[in-house]
Write a protein that binds this ligand. Structure first.
Ligand code: PMP
Length: 431
């Protein structure tokens, strides 16, 4: 029997310090009914818990670690920056350097603002959209998660999906009333909404690759129609690329689909594992932001030099030729093995994938685009999660969340993990 005694003891204590024992809800293992593992160390594709159990990690800090844990270049860049001081609250050369990596590669972003999380990026950019258009309402799509921004905690995914609630307490009715929630991938519902509210809508925000409530891959035509309708009706199109940015390609889903939004938010990968978010748009839109314009937004630790250094090192590697092609090749190697096996056994299971993202779908369909098609029974996920943990493979503890493959995942460990995955599926479907 694998010992989890250190994690268990730490969790007993942390429950007395933090709500649910954690500082972010999905970490609590509530939906998989276990004790969260307290992680001591990560290196490459592996992590070790406080009991020194080793796992091949497919959570990768929920996405930021596209180069894996403790990447040498990221580490050295962080240490070099830290030697000069942790924070100044004044501009540094490092902010310019990170912007210089991003701006030339993302044609629809002319100016950026760095912040400290994905939530902060979305929240600020939403204010920008309202300030720029002078309109109040926003369209969001069911199941998309955009961080814990009040106005967007309505029918959202991620921790809300995991906890089985669609909206958060503490969000006022008036804020929720300004948020129009539409089903994903539904052109007719979108058209009807725009006809009714077009003069009141500041922006339509979407995860172009919705990855917080399963992986709900959208038809490209839906995204194209959304782009067109926004343009025709003076509505800003806002891509929340906190997961997909620098993940499915350097330019995120916008580059992947060749559909450009008016406003974009980034997070996760952009900070190399340190807390960084960003939002960006054209010069004209960004001219609204303080100190140039009337939309106020600020941050004591925004553009923090150590975090910028981590982002610079990580994005420099991502910008190398073939980086994304190689990552996708690894992902396909892993995913196809598992899907072939599940298929050969007629298991109603599919690893849905795009780029280096994957999601465990238990409804037997290859591809689903809408939140209501997800099999709400998470029993199978719970079993797979437990069986994988027992076999040294770590998935994020929620069946609604996606997994990630990093550059540090070698073919050998992917093969090992795929075999363990197949064993875990046998336990689900044959016992
Ligand atoms: N938007 C999306 C699409 C996200 O996936 C997330 C986080 N998972 C956020 C926003 C919020 O980012 P953060 O957790 O850094 O605040």
């Amino acid at each position: 029997m694998i010992s989890r005694s250190q994690s268990e003891a730490l969790f007993e204590k942390s429950k007395t310090y933090f709500p649910g024992g954690v500082n972010s809800p999905v970490r609590a293992f509530k939906s998989v009914e276990g004790t969260p593992l307290f992680i001591k160390r990560g290196d490459g594709a592996n992590i070790w818990d406080e009991d020194s159990n080793q796992f091949i990690d497919f959570c990768c800090s929920w996405g930021p670690l596209i180069l894996g844990h403790n990447n040498q270049k990221v580490y050295e860049s962080i240490v070099a920056a830290l030697q000069n001081g942790a924070s100044f609250g004044a501009p540094t050369r490092l902010e310019n350097q990170l912007a210089e990596l991003i701006l030339p590669r993302i044609p629809f972003v002319e100016k950026l603002r760095f912040v400290s999380s994905g939530t902060e990026a979305v929240m600020s950019a939403l204010r920008l959209a309202r300030g720029y258009t002078g309109k109040n309402k926003i369209i969001k799509f069911e199941g998309c998660y955009h961080g814990h921004v009040d106005a967007l905690l309505v029918k959202a995914g991620s921790g809300l999906a995991t906890l089985g609630t669609s909206s958060s307490a503490g969000v006022t009715e008036s804020l929720a009333n300004d948020t129009i929630v539409l089903p994903l991938n539904d052109v007719e519902a979108l058209k009807a909404c725009i006809v009714e509210y077009k003069d009141e809508i500041a922006c339509a925000i979407i995860e172009p690759i919705p990855a917080n409530n399963g992986l709900l891959l959208q038809e490209k035509t839906f995204l194209l129609v959304l782009r067109e309708l926004c343009t025709e009706n003076g509505i800003l199109l806002f891509f929340d690329e906190v997961i997909s940015g620098f993940r499915v390609s350097f330019g995120g889903a916008a580059a992947y689909y060749g559909i450009y939004p008016d406003i974009v938010s980034y997070g996760k990968i952009i900070g190399g594992g340190l807390p960084v978010g960003a939002y960006g748009a054209s010069n004209e839109i960004m001219a609204m932001i303080a100190p140039d314009g009337p939309v106020y937004q600020a941050g004591t630790l925004s553009g923090n030099p150590v975090a910028m250094a981590a982002g610079i090192a990580q994005l420099s590697v991502c910008a190398e030729p073939d980086f994304y092609a190689k990552l996708e090749e690894k992902t396909q190697f892993f995913v196809q093995r598992i899907n072939k096996y599940a298929n050969s056994k007629n298991y109603p299971f599919e690893l849905v994938t795009i780029g280096s993202i994957f999601w465990l779908s238990f409804n037997g369909k290859k591809r689903i685009a809408n939140a209501d098609e997800i099999n709400p029974d998470m029993t199978s996920f719970k079993i797979v999660h437990r069986e994988l943990l027992n076999r040294g493979v770590y998935l994020g503890p929620s069946g609604y969340e996606v997994g990630f493959i990093s550059q540090a995942h070698e073919f050998e460990s992917l093969e090992t993990a795929a075999n363990k995955f197949c064993e875990a599926l046998d336990v689900v479907f044959e016992s």
